[in-house]
Design a protein around this ligand. Structure first.
Ligand SMILES: *Cc1c(COP(=O)(O)O)cnc(C)c1O
Length: 228
């Protein structure tokens, strides 16, 4: 069995190779280690192997891990799962980023509840790029107006888009949705210098996402193993 450090290294190598194939600089894609359902001890191992960005999907579980690892104060915690409005305070108080914004109401509450001393909460709008009924995220046509609304909120800083393209799509279909996402990212990012994050690509579609402009891949299984 491979260790977490070895799996992290192969993932990093995969990113470097994919950026080379796409004629992009090797450091143009960040790696978010998705640690949902995995114990704090495994996050510690990844941290010791140099990993600093971690993503969690479930609020209660994520907050417990943030608290347990408070002493590692250079970890950057990203919330990537759905947020109900009665949980926004916990998120605003414990996370550095929220990638799963899909409603103005959630954004407004996060801004109101963000403690001043923590500085701005970085956020991405989650886009339902393939218009799947089963997935959260705003429709592509509604991204621009939500971006404008978020920019009015004093304690949030809009950093980009997040998407989860359809799993098991055929290559052409996958390519089309990644292209559509990249075009949307470019158009919403026009005249927004801090809009620099396109969060797309997971264990199974990391290479394709990097070929289509991803600046952050969110990888769980390939680093921590399968989830039960
Ligand atoms: C679980 C999850 C991931 C990681 O998926 P893997 O296939 O395990 O790499 C990435 N993004 C989101 C939003 C997730 O929920």
């Amino acid at each position: 069995m491979q260790t977490i450090a070895e799996r992290l290294n192969s993932t990093r190598e995969g990113i470097v190779q994919a950026t080379a194939l796409a004629h992009r600089p090797p450091n143009s894609v960040k790696l978010l280690a998705v640690s949902k359902t995995k114990p704090v001890s495994q996050i510690n191992l990844a941290y010791e192997a140099g990993q600093r960005l971690f993503g969690e999907n479930y609020i209660q579980e994520g907050v417990e891990k943030v608290q347990a690892l408070q002493h590692l104060d250079d970890i950057e915690w990203h919330m990537i799962g759905p947020i109900q409005s009665n949980k926004t305070k916990l998120v605003a108080e414990h996370f550095n980023w929220v990638q799963s914004i899909d409603r103005e109401k959630i954004a407004r509450r996060l801004s109101e509840q963000r403690p001043q001393e923590l500085g701005p909460l970085y956020v991405c709008i989650q886009v339902n790029i393939d218009s799947e009924v089963s997935k959260s995220g705003v429709a592509p046509d509604d991204v621009a107006s939500l971006a404008t609304a978020i920019e009015q909120l004093p304690n949030l800083k809009l950093r980009g888009l997040m998407a989860i393209p359809k799993a098991n799509a055929r290559e052409e279909e996958q390519h089309n949705s990644l292209c559509k996402l990249q075009e949307l990212f470019d158009s919403v990012g026009t005249s927004r210098p801090e809009f620099d994050t396109l969060s797309v690509g997971m264990s199974g579609d990391m290479q394709a996402a990097i070929a289509n402009g991803s600046t952050m891949v969110r990888v769980g299984t390939a680093i921590f193993g399968a989830r039960t």
